[in-house]
Design a protein around this ligand. Structure first.
Ligand SMILES: *Cc1c(COP(=O)(O)O)cnc(C)c1O
Length: 389
C-alpha cells in the first residue's frame, strides 16, 4: 500500500488510539516475570487498576481479549445446565449469550430491538417470577458497542434486590471502563468484565474480571471445567505479585501508565469529556438529519454514536468512501444492523480537535457517498463545544 501522509483516524469504538505515553511505556525490555522487579510492577498495577473499576476487591487480569474475560466470568461461577438471564441490547449481548450456550449454560435472552439499554423493569419482572431461584446470574452489557446504548446498571442492581433474588450480577463494561462511570462495589456488581483496548487506551491483549466476595464464594462451588481461566491460581498468586502463568508483561507496563493517565485527568473529568464529545456528535448527526440508533436520550452512549443511514443507502459504502478519501476508520454495523448503521467512536485518548476532524470526515464522506443530508453538522458541534449553541 502506498504511504499516506498524516495520521490515520482510528474512530472505531475500540480498539481506540494508543497515546504515545502508553506506547513508550510498553516499549521496554521484557523482564523476568518471576523476578523481584516484576513482582513490584505486578503489585503496583493490580492495585492501580482497582480505582478504575471503583472497587476494593480483587481485579483478575488475563492475557486475553474481552471474549476471554466473558468466558472466565461464566466458567468460574456456574455449573453445566445453570440458567442465566441475559438482556439483548445488541450484538455483544447476543455473542455473550451464544458463548454461554456453547459452554453448557442455559441462557434466557430477554429480547429487545437494539435501540436502547437493558430495561430493569423487565429484569425485575422475570426474576420475581423465578420463585425457585433457578436463575443463577443476570448478565448485562453496560455499554453496548454495537448500537451505542448505555444501560443503567444501578437500576439493574435495584431490580434484582426488589425481586429479592440471589442471582449474581455480571456486567460487561468492555467498552465502558474508563469512559463511562461504573461502580463495581457501590452498585453491587459481582463480576465486572472488561479488557484493554477501548477506554483504557491500550492495545488489545488484557482481559479483566473484577470479582465480589459473593462471586468468589460461587466459584468454590461452580463445576464448569476451567483451567486457563481459573480464578483460583490468580487469586492465590496475585498478592505476591505473581501470576500462575506468563502474563502479558509489556502490556502491564502500559496498564500502569494508562491508570496513571486516567487518575491524573481525574475519572469524573474523563467521563465528562466523553459526555461532551458524545453530545457534540449527536448535535452534528441531528443537524445532518440522520437518525441516532439509540432512541432513549438518557441511554445514548458517551463512548460512541451509532448513525442510521437513510433507506436505500449502505452504511458500509459510506465507511469505505471515508476510509479511501480521508484515511479514517469508522465502526461497521454489526449483526442485525449491518449496512444500516455506522458507528463513530469518541472514546479514549481524544480531544476537541480530534472530534472536529472526525466529524468533518463524516460530513465530507456523506457528501462524497451521495447520502442525502443537511449541511452544518460540523458547525453545530463546534457551536456546542464553544458554548455558542
Ligand atoms: C469489544 C467488545 C467485546 C469483545 O471484546 P474482544 O476483545 O473483541 O473479545 C465484548 N463486549 C463489548 C461490549 C465490546 O465492546
Amino acid at each position: 500500500m502506498a504511504h499516506r501522509a498524516g495520521p490515520h483516524f482510528l474512530q472505531i469504538p475500540g480498539p481506540s488510539n494508543v497515546p504515545g505515553r502508553i506506547l513508550r511505556a510498553i516499549e521496554q525490555p521484557t523482564i523476568d516475570h518471576r523476578g523481584p522487579e516484576f513482582q513490584e510492577l505486578a503489585r503496583e498495577v493490580l492495585a492501580a487498576v482497582k480505582p478504575i473499576f471503583k472497587t476494593e476487591q480483587p481485579v483478575i487480569i488475563f492475557p486475553s481479549s474481552g471474549t476471554g474475560a466473558w468466558e472466565a466470568a461464566l466458567v468460574n461461577t456456574l455449573s453445566a445446565g445453570d440458567k442465566v438471564l441475559m438482556y439483548e441490547t445488541g450484538q455483544f449481548s447476543t455473542l455473550w449469550c451464544e458463548l454461554a450456550e456453547r459452554i453448557g449454560i442455559h441462557p434466557e435472552l430477554l429480547e429487545d430491538d437494539w435501540r436502547r439499554g437493558a430495561r430493569a423493569d423487565r429484569i425485575e419482572e422475570r426474576l420475581t417470577a423465578d420463585k425457585g431461584h433457578e436463575i443463577k446470574a443476570v448478565c448485562v452489557v453496560h455499554n453496548e458497542t454495537s448500537t451505542g446504548a448505555t444501560s443503567k446498571i444501578k437500576a439493574v442492581r435495584d431490580a434484582i434486590d426488589a425481586a429479592g433474588h440471589p442471582a449474581l450480577l455480571m456486567v460487561d463494561t468492555i467498552s465502558g471502563l474508563g469512559s463511562a462511570d461504573l461502580r463495581h462495589d457501590e452498585w453491587g456488581i459481582d463480576i465486572t468484565v472488561s479488557c484493554s483496548q477501548k477506554g483504557l487506551m491500550l492495545p488489545p491483549g488484557l482481559g479483566f474480571n473484577a470479582v465480589s466476595p459473593k462471586a468468589v464464594a460461587a466459584s468454590e462451588a461452580a463445576k464448569l471445567p476451567r483451567s486457563y481461566w481459573d480464578w483460583k491460581g490468580q487469586l492465590a498468586n496475585n498478592p505476591g505479585g505473581n501470576f500462575p502463568y506468563t502474563p502479558a508483561t509489556n502490556m502491564l507496563y502500559g496498564l500502569k501508565e494508562a491508570c496513571a493517565m486516567l487518575m491524573e485527568e481525574g475519572l469524573d473529568n474523563v467521563f465528562a469529556r466523553h459526555e461532551r464529545h458524545a453530545e457534540a456528535t449527536r448535535r452534528a448527526v441531528r443537524t445532518w438529519g440522520l437518525e441516532i440508533q439509540v432512541v432513549e436520550p438518557s441511554e445514548q452512549s458517551p463512548v460512541l454514536t451509532g448513525v442510521v443511514v437513510p433507506d436505500g443507502y449502505d452504511a458500509d459504502d459510506v465507511r469505505k468512501v471515508i476510509l479511501d478519501k480521508f484515511n479514517m476508520s469508522l465502526g461497521s454495523g454489526l449483526g442485525k444492523v449491518k449496512g444500516r448503521v455506522f458507528r463513530v467512536g469518541h472514546l479514549g485518548d481524544f480531544n476537541d480537535l480530534l472530534l472536529m476532524g472526525t466529524l468533518s470526515g463524516v460530513e465530507m464522506g456523506l457528501a462524497a457517498a451521495g447520502v442525502p443530508h443537511n449541511k452544518g453538522g460540523v458547525q453545530a458541534a463546534m457551536d456546542y463545544l464553544t458554548g455558542n449553541s
